[in-house]
Ligand binder design. Sequence first.
Ligand SMILES: [Zn+2]
Length: 224
Amino acid sequence: MERLLVVTAHGDDETLGAGGTIARLADEGVAVALLVLTDDDGSRTASGTGGGTKRVAAIEQAAGILGVKQVRVHGFGDNRLDTIGQLELNKVVEREVRQFEPDTVFAPSLADLNLDHQLVSRAARVAGRPGRSPVREIRCFEIRSATDAGEAAGLPTFHPACWQQLAEEHLDRKLQALRAYGVECEAWPSARSERGVRALAEYRGSQVGVPLAEAFELVRRVLP
Ligand SMILES: [Zn+2]
């Protein structure tokens, strides 16, 4: 892996889903770009208005902590990506793939209940389709609250096929990046709490006999 594009619906998805892995890969010299499709947190504020500039600043701060080199945030509305339409989302991600030329793409899982996540997951698959892009590998990460909600709603379960081992330092950077999002970092027993994030890393690690890990679904890998 030399060039990784992380595609997400919301700022914080990349941190919750793959923050430790991004930090580790960036340290190892992988060029990482982040594409976030929405720039507000409208669904979580009483007024229904978004975070706008504040949100973008948090995304950039978190990206800096994780070692992401390039950040692009689109101004679509939170939980309204269905009003944009799949085709338009595909085009946005395709444009990014054309410009950044990643060999690997990380995206949300289709197991997530959140519709924005599902739309972005599909757009990443379309943009990274074989023969039409340089993408050789697509992985999907889990975003606890959304993936858990999907499981509780009867969607197909998150089915990991890759485990990325993490050191304490990578988990620390993930937690530090999560703090950049402020309110998104909640109190235990929320899955978004620091304890919840650590518990998941320990659980995923223990599945494969290592102290800490993040798990991914493998959509496709083209071997040389
Ligand atoms: Zn999200």
